[in-house]
Each structure stands twice: as C-alpha cells, then as structure tokens.
Design a protein around this ligand. Sequence first.
Ligand code: NAD
Length: 466
Amino acid sequence: MFNLTIGGQQVATTARFAVRNPATGAIVGEAPNASAADLDRAVRAARDAQPGWAARPDGERAAACGAVAAILTEHAEELARLLTQEQGKPLNGLGSRWELGGAAAWAGHTASLSLPPEIIQDDETGRVQGIRKPIGVIGSITPWNFPVMIAIWHIMPAIRAGNAVVLKPSPLTPLATLRMVELANAALPAGVLNVVTGDDRDFNIGAAMSEHAGIDKIVFTGSTATGRHVMRSAAGNLKRLTLELGGNDAGIVLPDADPAAIAEGLFWGAFINNGQTCAALKRLYVHDDIHDAVCEALVAFASRIPVGDGMDEASILGPVQNRMQFDKLAALVSDAASRGQVLLGGRPGPGLFFPPTIIAGLKNGDALVDQEQFGPALPVIRYRDLEAAIAAANDNPNGLGGSVWSTDIEAARSVAQRLECGSAWINKHGAVQPNVPFGGVKQSGFGVQFAEAGLRENTTLQVIFG
Ligand code: NAD
C-alpha cells in the first residue's frame, strides 16, 4: 500500500488512482489522490519542522543526508523493480538499477557539500561576511523520466541546506518516489521531507503548490510549457525558482571524426532512457564528408539493441512511458518519414514499444528537428559549412546541452564554446556529475543544480557588516 508521507506519518487517502506498467498495461499499484487539505497539511508539517531542522548542527544535517544515501543503496533493488514497472525502463543497462546507483551517489556527494561563511572583506576599514541561510519550505515538482534520481537532485541539496521539502512526483510515476520518501524518513526528523501525489484531474497539486503562500521556493523539472505556468503562479509571494525545462540538444560531427569510434557515444547520447531524457542528443548535424559513414555505424550499433519489457533482464531499452508521448512521437516520425529517409525503425508498436528510429535527409524547419521529440527517434541533418551548422544548432529556443564530435579536441572546444547551451560535451553527450553544475539557458530554464552552485540555490545570502 502506497501512502502520502506527511509530518513523518504514513497518511492514507480514500481516493486513489491506478498506476500502469507501460510494457504490459497491468496495474502496478494505486497511488493516493491527495486533496487541497492534504497539501495544506504537508506544507504545515514542513513549516513546523523547518526551523528546528535549520537549527541542528551542520554536521548532523550532513550525517542525516549521508544516512539517506545509505538507505537508497540498501533498498536499491526493491526501488529499481518498482521503478521499472511504473516507468518502463529496463532493470539493466542504463535503466533502473543505474538510476538508483546515480541517486545514491548524488545523495552521498550532496551530503559532503557545505557552504561555510565567506569573508568578503576584513581590513582596517571593516569586516563583512556573507552567510548562507535556508530559504524555508521548498516545493519540488518532478517529471516521469527519471523520477527517483530527479527527486533526489531536488531533495538532497534542499534538506542539506536546512530547508524542509514538500515533494510532488508525476502522476505517471509516483510509486517508487512514495516508497523512497517513506524509507528516507527513517533518517530524518518528522516533517522535513513530505510527499503528496495526485492524478492532476480535479485538483492539480503542482499548480496549487506553485501558488501556495506557505511554500517559499519551487524547484521544477518538466516541460517548458508547464514551467511557464509555474513561473506565473509563483509571483504571488515572489517564490524563488529553479526551472529545469525541456531541451532540444544539437550534436555537431566535424569532418575529422572517426565514425566507428563515435557510434556508441552518439547512440547512447540520443537513446539513453529511450530518448526520454532532458539532455539527450535530439538533433545530429553531420559533415557531408563522413555523413554516410556515421549513419551506417550508428544504424549498425542501434540495430543490435534489444528492446522489450524492462523486467526482462535481457532488455536494454523498454517502451515509451505513456500514450501521450507515444502519439506525439509517432506523429513527428510519420511527418519526418515523408520528408527524409528512414534508416532504421520508424514503425511504432506493438503497444507503447517504439523501435530506435534514425531518419536522415532532414533540415531545420522539419518538425522532428525543431521540436523536442522526447523519445527514441533521432533526426540527422547533413551539412557542408560549419558556420551554417553552428547557426542551425543555435536556431532553437532551447539551450540545455550540446556536443561536438572530433579527433581535434581544440577545434571541438572552440565550436563547443559557440553553442548556446548550459552544458557542452566533446565526444560524448548528456553526461552529468554531482560535482559539476548543470542547468539550461534560453527557454530551457534557469538556475543550476549540483555542486556548491546548486546547493547555494537552496539558500538566501545574508551579509553581516562588523
Ligand atoms: P510536465 O511538465 O508535463 O510535468 C512535470 C511535472 O509538473 C509533473 O509532476 C506534473 O504533474 C506537474 N504539473 C502539471 N501541471 C502543472 C502545473 N500547472 N503547475 C505545476 N506543476 C504541474 O513534464 P513531463 O512530461 O513529466 O516531463 C518531460 C519534460 O521534462 C521534457 O520536456 C523534458 O525535457 C523535461 N525535463 C527537463 C529536465 C532538465 O533537467 N532540464 C530533466 C528531465 C525532464
């Protein structure tokens, strides 16, 4: 039985909603359908707990965060199995076990971070120091693609810095998060970490959180369209915001790249989590000289990847997570197929399964290039002039990630610096690390997560003169 966690208690709701396995359609479990009163109770529990939590010695908060990391490791297999069943991603490969490993690693690293007072000035004219204080209650709203890891990305720096949290997972993937919060509460004082879930039908919890006067900051990861709603609703009490939104990352392959050497990196850059990844490679620009060789190597690698039910240990990619995403993807692929050449895949089904799809002969202006597909379909664009390729890569409202592929690292770095994105990779795509800040520019959002820079976003700065 999955319950809300409010004030350290397991709280059952009378209304519940079914969560289905995208591979089979079977019901995985029922999640609580929280009401506005439940949300108010969670916010009140967080407000009550936060001052006491902030007053604890810093080392004690660090140790509690370390204990959460240990709990994630101890219960990794249970959580991974739940995650695979509700999300669809396989247990193996870069799937659920990998996500749980990442969540524990992020929790552990965040536990080790600190923000000591900064001496801004200390001379004969005066002394000024900057200290970091918690913001208060942080509302965390997460998407369905990496539900556990993204929740950890939000929660850990918030509580490490002395805030209390109300977490709200996606209605499509709430179960592993509910169980994870229940487990993590064993290491935390009551009320520091609360979770509410709902089906977003009669009552949209995320919208209510964005407006809630008892919440001081929202950390939101999701689509750009919803991010705009959050930003509008947050104006009432001038909530602080970190918005990690959609991406349409471009990769540029320079003419000196080695097609055989980069094929695997290109594949995983684009198809990790079935392409349902914010910073996946979503448009690939390849120089004319090696275009055909790159396509061949990529298709050869992709056609060997087993796609199937994630609970099958042999599967490396699973189904698309939900019908809405599947239909959007199918429409984009069908349009692209009429404009370019389908090199691999292209035929949706059965069910929510969608084979890895690679379509060449496309250009900016085609919907599969311009829009975020968020699924296993990669458009390939041939280019001759590097300047035109850089301009085409930047001609998009998103600015999350980007990559350059070349044997000449200096040349690749100089192209990378010209990409309008928060993270640029050379000869890989989408790698994130807990010690490196991550965030988007343009309409991919603002603010960063991870490392000290991410921790700082969970604090306010006070300067003390004297
Ligand atoms: P989504 O915007 O549909 O939903 C995200 C969350 O917002 C869910 O929990 C949802 O219930 C909630 N929500 C719905 N309506 C709301 C409202 N009016 N106010 C506040 N919250 C509301 O996104 P999704 O489909 O779950 O996720 C896919 C998107 O997330 C993609 O665009 C992807 O690129 C993006 N994403 C970005 C990052 C990043 O770090 N930049 C990471 C992962 C995913």
